[in-house]
Design a binder for this molecule. Structure first.
Ligand code: F6P
Length: 546
């Protein structure tokens, strides 16, 4: 079943939400907390090792009811069935969207074009396991018989961001293999990344779903040429493996069939870390930890698929985000993990969220008449507190923020963890309550500040507060909880795309720049600038030294 075409702004729920927004836009969270002792009990979800507290939002029970009505009127339930059932919901590319099948149990039966994909999924998983085991334990060696010490992942977009983020996030669980990522076609980045590597002990994983991506192919060729400065052509087979759907192109590149880890067109690039694109993850943390990551994601899939909308974490977070994006006019959302391990989560989700929902044409083929994809950004706390938090607290923009923290640290340093987490709790409380004029004056009185100075300084020191936050408090950062966390945001993306009536799983918007870059490269190679706008012509001529 295709996704239905339902303009959300034409639903009764949307109209009611507009009226409700007029009542709520100046509502004070502080007052709502004061008048309802049950507020947090009502507005939190506890699931597995997660507590998701969404009580610090500008909402009441009616808001949530209307948002759920919106989900119902957009037929979210039917869309979820189509998504998990393998229907071709990526209609503009005629494909199913089945990253969820990659983490389903082997007993599942998920069909694409009438064929259960699980046997193939498990055959590839098994190949990943066997390969990782022999690389990690030294059973398979490089061309001089030495064990591998380094792994270099060559890929871009989804073939880089997911593995790079997970390897960084699970650093605590890493084995002895050093892992690097080459993504940008910037030659300086490639050469810097190769510095200090020994070709005899380095394994290269070329990850590209299409195997046509300019950056990845150029980088792979440069790296192979670097490798061949020390090794022979026949040694390539021992040191280069590839992950792709395009077996023909990989073979043409010179990679032996045995060294190819296949994936399928029903896995979107930005959702592919669960497939063989996760090979680098499995090499870095071992197959068992990779499997636990998948298990955690599968648990979130089950929660999302089967839990009623009012207790469903991805649905609730997606609806709250729609509330701010479409009714409050919020332009962006921040994501602040209170662990340095998750420093790549926001850049990873930028692709997931913005490549998926950065669309302006509805499923009816017409321009939408409402806002779609949110801008997502963030950095770990507490670093971000000393960088951009000023704007979240006292700027003119409304920035709903997700705070992600862990009850247990991994290295057990209690003193540091208590300091880190006291900041975590303090920030959402400060964003909620702000600081009133009376509180500021009380501080002046205590410090003996003169009246004229106090009158001048007071407005600058007042914090309006009432800034919405979600708090995700998780027991511990493990492969399982990380898997669940990533899957949570994947499903949030899905819910929003369904309600915004857009196609979340294509990415035509990145094509134009790629096409133009190819024709400009021809001009650079031939030294002739063709017809462009006058700005591009001037810049190209300067670049060519004309
Ligand atoms: O940026 C466009 C895009 O197609 C992404 O969706 C994808 O993750 C990336 O390029 C890399 O593509 P590939 O894995 O095919 O090299």
């Amino acid at each position: 079943m295709a996704l239905e075409n339902i303009n959300p702004s034409g639903t009764a729920a949307w109209q009611e939400l507009m009226q409700h927004f007029a009542e709520m836009q100046h509502a004070s969270m502080k007052d709502m907390f004061a008048s309802d002792k049950e507020r947090t009990a009502k507005f939190n979800i506890q699931w597995n090792d997660f507590i998701v507290d969404y009580s610090k939002n500008i909402i009441n029970e009616k808001t949530l009811q209307l948002l759920q009505d919106l989900a119902q009127q957009a037929n979210l339930k039917g869309a979820v069935e189509a998504y998990f059932g393998g229907d071709a919901i990526n209609r503009t590319e005629g494909r199913a969207v089945l990253h969820t099948a990659l983490r389903a149990p082997s007993s599942a039966d998920i069909k694409v074009d009438g064929v259960n994909v699980l046997p193939e999924v498990y055959a590839v998983k098994n190949k990943i396991k066997q390969f990782c085991d022999v690389i990690i334990n030294g059973g398979k060696t490089g061309y001089t018989g030495k064990a591998f010490t380094d792994v270099v992942n060559i890929g871009i977009g989804g073939s880089d961001l997911g593995p790079a983020m997970v390897v960084e996030s699970l650093k605590f669980y890493k084995n002895q293999l050093n892992v690097r990522f080459i993504s940008n076609v910037d030659g300086d980045h490639v050469m810097e990344s190769l510095k200090g590597l020994n070709p005899e002990t380095t394994l290269f994983v070329i990850a590209s779903k299409t195997f046509t991506t300019q950056e990845t192919l150029s980088n792979a060729e440069t790296v192979r040429a670097w490798f061949l400065q020390s090794a022979k052509q026949e040694d390539v087979a021992k040191h280069f493996v590839a992950v792709s759907t395009n077996i023909q192109k990989v073979t043409e590149f010179g990679i032996a069939e045995d060294n190819i880890f296949p994936m399928w067109d029903w896995v979107g690039g930005r959702f592919s870390l669960w497939s063989a694109v996760g090979l680098t993850i499995a090499l870095a943390v071992g197959f068992d930890n990779f499997d636990k990551l998948l298990k955690g994601a599968n648990e979130m899939d089950e929660h999302f698929r089967t839990t009623p909308h009012d207790k469903n974490i991805p649905v609730v977070l997606a609806l709250l985000s729609i509330w701010y994006n479409n009714f409050f006019g919020a332009e962006s959302e921040a994501l602040i993990p209170y662990t340095q391990y998750l420093q790549k989560l926001a850049p990873y989700l930028q692709q997931g969220i913005m490549e998926s929902n950065g669309k302006s044409i509805g499923r009816d083929g017409k321009a939408v008449n409402y806002q779609t994809g949110t801008i997502i950004w963030g950095e770990p706390g507490t670093n971000s507190q000393h960088a951009f938090f000023q704007l979240i607290h006292q700027g003119t923009k409304l920035i709903p923020t997700d705070f992600i923290g862990f009850i247990q640290p991994l290295h057990g340093n209690k003193d540091h963890h208590d300091k880190l987490m006291s900041n975590f709790f303090a920030q959402t409380e400060a964003l909620l309550n702000g600081k009133t004029e009376a509180q500021v004056q009380a501080e002046f009185d205590k410090a003996g500040v003169a009246a004229d100075k106090a009158d001048y300084l007071r407005p600058f020191k007042v914090f309006a507060g009432n800034k919405p936050t979600n708090t995700l408090l998780i027991k511990k950062l493990t492969p399982e909880t990380l898997g669940s966390l990533i899957a949570l945001y994947e499903h949030k993306i899905f819910v929003q795309g369904v309600i915004w009536n857009i196609f979340s799983y294509d990415q035509w918007g990145v094509e134009l720049g790629k096409q133009l870059a190819n024709s400009i490269l021809d001009e650079i190679n031939s030294g002739t600038v063709k017809t462009h706008d006058s700005s591009t012509t001037l810049l190209l001529e300067k670049f060519l030294g004309k």
